[in-house]
Design a protein around this ligand. Structure first.
Ligand SMILES: [Zn+2]
Ligand SMILES: [Zn+2]
Length: 146
């Protein structure tokens, strides 16, 4: 009986993970809120606490990377190959940058440091095209009124 219950729990966990990883594939570095919006379409019973727990587990298992945005919100990324990101300072959107990773940066790290280097992350900052378009529209509206 106990074994059956455990199997059932395991199956449910796997199903939750499956639904969440399907959403991760269609979303761009989503936060837990964005994952939830996607997940409840196919699995309305999955709550936010479960998504948090599942994401923690997936990070521990090395299936996703967690990136902290400007607002302190966690963004999740299923692309595990080393790559760089760009962050919009207006809307907080996080995206991949299509450019080579520069392993030589690590060579500039102080060799006499006590810190044992395992790698580096790069986040480029700026304003995304959507926010720039929004701003341009606002400016046009303002000058139009004058
Ligand atoms: Zn933006
Ligand atoms: Zn990424």
């Amino acid at each position: 009986m106990a074994k059956q219950a455990k199997n059932h729990a395991h199956r449910r966990m796997t199903h939750q993970r499956q639904v969440i990883s399907d959403c991760l594939k269609t979303l761009n570095h989503p936060t837990v809120d964005e994952i939830q919006t996607c997940v409840i379409r196919t699995a309305p019973t999955i709550n936010k606490a479960t998504i948090y727990r599942t994401m923690n587990r997936m990070v521990e298992d090395g299936e996703v990377i967690r990136i902290v945005g400007d607002d302190g919100a966690f963004h999740y990324d299923a692309t595990l190959d080393a790559h760089y990101h760009m962050l919009c300072e207006e809307c907080g959107a996080l995206s991949d940058v299509d450019m080579p990773v520069l392993p030589q940066i690590d060579q500039y790290f102080p060799p006499d440091s006590d810190f044992r280097l395992t790698g580096h992350d790069v986040i480029f900052r700026g304003i995304c095209s959507k926010c720039r378009a929004k701003k341009a529209g606002r400016n046009r509206a303002e000058t139009g009124q004058n």
